[in-house]
Design a protein around this ligand. Structure first.
Ligand SMILES: O=C(O)C(=O)C[C@]1(C(=O)O)C=C[C@@H](O)C=C1
Length: 303
């Protein structure tokens, strides 16, 4: 049995994702912030932490990116995708909504709906979607923009369901653990790194070219400020493939050479099962054959 921390409290989308990723019998433990969930793994208070990493409407969940770049390295071992449509929860009997609360990335995802349906309500930021439900229950705000499951945890009434500015919005979640065994490659994997480069002309282009030369398909690219020098960034790069593959290993070695630091964030199966794109002449067998050829030439075998 493992202890899995998640970005809580109870009733967040992240709890739903954590339930999907946990093994039967695992204990789920809410953490107040994404950072706190990751810290629980670093400190040994939990075996894993489930956190949101990317939303199809709002992009990267920046507290997750920042939390992964501080403290000791953690690696993602599993991924989950959830369709994101919200419920608006109020205290039973509410007739007027003067304030509406939620986690800022959630408020951004329902901006149009709020403009149309609650144009006069003041928007208030809470530390998570479920924290907004807690605030409504406590009488601090009138309405919460929540995950539908929050209605099962708090004694609130559903004012609206299926609320989303974009019908097909999805959020991707990752389960992070202490570095150790990497999950076996499946052919439909994703590898994530944080690349820190010297601040000179063309460094990002050079990194991307290393990946492009090897026919490796990027799935996400984000930059976060180093916070040391204005204008300097850490690059969060996700791409198809697994560190166990020769083509990916070759690319990672090249990136390591070019970067001042590379933090490996894991290779894990993709939740959507999309198989890696492999370009002609850039398959694993091509890399293996080329490496064997160099070995043979070194030994004088030119046949
Ligand atoms: O898990 C939750 O409910 C959250 O509060 C987080 C979060 C997010 O950070 O993106 C998760 C999914 C939705 O995209 C909105 C909010």
């Amino acid at each position: 049995m493992s202890r899995i921390a998640y970005f809580g409290p109870q009733g967040t989308f992240t709890e739903q994702a954590a339930r999907a990723l946990a093994a039967p019998g695992d204990e789920l433990v809410p953490a107040v912030t994404i950072r706190a969930a990751l810290a629980m793994v670093r400190e040994g208070a939990a075996d894993g932490a489930c956190v949101p990493v990317e939303n199809s409407v709002e992009g990267a969940i920046t507290p997750t990116l920042d939390g992964l770049n501080e403290g000791s390295p953690l690696v993602a071992v599993a991924e989950w995708l959830l369709p994101v449509h919200f419920s608006i929860l109020v205290r039973p009997g509410t007739t007027e909504v003067k304030t509406v609360a939620s986690y800022p990335p959630a408020l951004s995802q329902v901006r149009l709906w709020l403009e149309e349906n609650l144009p006069d309500a003041r928007q208030i930021a809470t530390s998570s979607t479920a924290a907004a439900a807690v605030a409504v229950d406590a009488g601090e705000v009138d309405a919460a923009v929540c995950a539908p499951v929050a209605a099962e945890h708090y004694p609130l009434e559903v004012l609206a369901t299926g609320v989303a500015d974009l019908r097909d919005a999805q959020t991707r979640f990752l389960l992070f653990k202490q570095p150790g065994e990497v999950p076996a490659p499946t052919g439909a994997d994703r590898t994530s790194i944080i690349a820190s480069t010297p601040n000179r002309t063309g460094t990002l282009a050079e990194l991307l070219t290393e990946l492009a030369f090897r026919g490796i398909n990027l799935t996400k690219l984000d930059a976060r400020p180093t916070r040391n020098n204005f204008g300097e960034y850490h690059f969060f790069i996700d791409f198809e493939g697994h560190i166990a593959e020769p083509r990916i290993g070759d690319a990672l070695a090249a990136l390591r050479r070019r970067c001042s630091n590379v933090r490996f964030l894991g290779s894990h199966p993709r939740a959507d099962g999309v198989a890696a794109t492999v370009q002609p002449d850039a398959g694993n067998e091509d890399f293996d054959q080329a490496a064997s050829w160099v070995e043979a030439v070194r030994k004088g075998d030119l046949a």
